[in-house]
Ligand binder design. Structure first.
Ligand code: NAP
Length: 357
């Protein structure tokens, strides 16, 4: 593969961002503007609805083009930040035209011929990509897996019990619009005192969520997958297993939507091969790349979405040994679902590829 020349950036690879106008795409453009500039042309692609719109990347206004086969001409790496069905159709088209695809959707993550990559945990996996596609994990898994990967490398993970507290931007721009609309509908009224009062105030404005999310928590994310499980819960189990290379790891997970705009939080109960100490666990977390230990509850210090949003690392607090099991740890983890949970991880994978181009 050869990089496409661009004035001022000769020989550097051409990058396409497909879904540049979406929630993840918007953050991707910010991240591309902030990180070391390794790209030649950056081509912005979205639906025909957005063709002709101008977006700013690296300080330059760039026109969005519609998704077509020709849009991938000369592209070396194509990041896909589009719905599953769009990625499913178009990622193979981009790969067939010579681009390496890094896909953020759920379309290919569990395909055995598609590596599922977190650069801090399994960077070597990018090298084996028979379909020319590399998958980016889902945002909930990504919000905890860097910290867990570091602990697993030393202690050997045996079991996970996870609850998520997921931000509405995990459901894209539509999720954010819905929470904002609901907040204005419930503002200034005395709600939350009798059954159904929030629901009546919100009316039909539930957007991508099954229940009002303003003044509420909703124990559901994604679609129904049978036996009571949601698609998000299955993703956390299956993707954690694939990334960590632990195909039979027991994972119990409950995914919950909360009225937070951006940054997912998780409680994690992690059981390991043998006894663990909190001191060693704190050392591992404090020194792992991409992870910050923020853990002084006596001083009121623990990560919260309001503090973590807009930052790159996984933040870990409330590190405790399980009350009744010396082999297990309890953690509270926060990660920006649009940065490390999506765009940043994709950008990091793409940067691993630049070394080859
Ligand atoms: N939000 C998160 O926290 C998160 C985290 C990890 C992964 N993901 C995944 O990343 C992907 C994008 O999510 P998002 O939250 O950014 O969604 P979003 O805000 O709804 O944005 C969707 C993007 O896809 C484009 N698109 C939709 N249909 C298209 C079509 N037929 N042809 C070309 N482009 C099309 C849209 O372009 P227009 O603006 O032109 O419609 C927009 O740029 C999804 O697969 C999602 O599951 C999201």
């Amino acid at each position: 593969m050869t990089g496409t020349a661009r004035p001022g950036r000769p020989g550097r690879p051409t990058l396409a961002v497909v879904g540049a106008t979406g929630a993840v795409g918007t953050v991707m453009l910010q991240i591309l503007s902030q990180r070391a500039d390794v790209w030649g042309e950056i081509r912005l692609i979205a639906s025909p609805r957005s063709a002709g719109r101008k977006l700013t990347v690296r300080g330059e206004e760039t026109e969005v083009v519609a998704l077509t086969e020709e849009a991938f001409d000369g592209v070396d790496v194509a990041m896909f930040d589009v719905p599953d069905e769009v990625a499913e159709r178009w990622a193979p088209v981009a790969a067939a035209r010579g681009a390496v695809v890094v896909d953020n959707s759920g379309a290919f993550r569990m395909d055995p011929d598609v590596p599922l990559v977190v650069p801090e945990v399994n960077p070597h996996a990018v090298r084996t990509r028979p379909r020319g596609i590399i998958a980016n994990p889902n945002c909930t898994t990504l919000s905890m897996i860097v910290a867990l990967g570091a602990l697993h490398a030393e202690f050997g993970l045996r079991e996970l019990v996870v609850s998520s507290y997921q931000a509405v931007s995990g459901a894209g721009h539509e999720g954010v619009r819905t929470l904002r609309a609901q907040m204005s509908l419930v503002a200034g009224t005395e709600l939350g005192t009798s059954p159904g009062d929030v629901r009546r105030a919100v009316g039909d404005n539930t957007g991508p969520f099954p229940e009002p999310v303003a003044l509420n928590v909703v124990p559901w994310a994604g679609s129904y997958r049978g036996d009571g499980w949601s698609s998000e819960e299955m993703k956390v189990r299956d993707e954690s297993r694939k990334i960590l290379g632990l195909p039979t790891l027991p994972v119990a997970v409950t995914c919950v939507r909360v009225p937070v705009v951006t940054t997912h939080s998780l409680t994690v109960h992690a059981r390991f091969e043998g006894e663990v100490t909190v001191d060693r666990a704190r050392e591992i977390i404090a020194t792992a790349p991409g992870v910050v230990l923020f853990d002084n509850p006596a001083a009121g210090e623990f990560p919260t979405p309001a503090d973590v949003v807009g930052t790159d690392p996984t933040w870990v607090g409330r590190v405790r040994r399980a009350l009744d099991d010396p082999t297990a740890l309890e953690l509270f983890v926060c990660g920006d679902n649009l940065r490390k949970g999506a765009a940043l991880n994709t950008a990091q994978i793409a940067e691993l590829l630049v070394v080859e181009l």
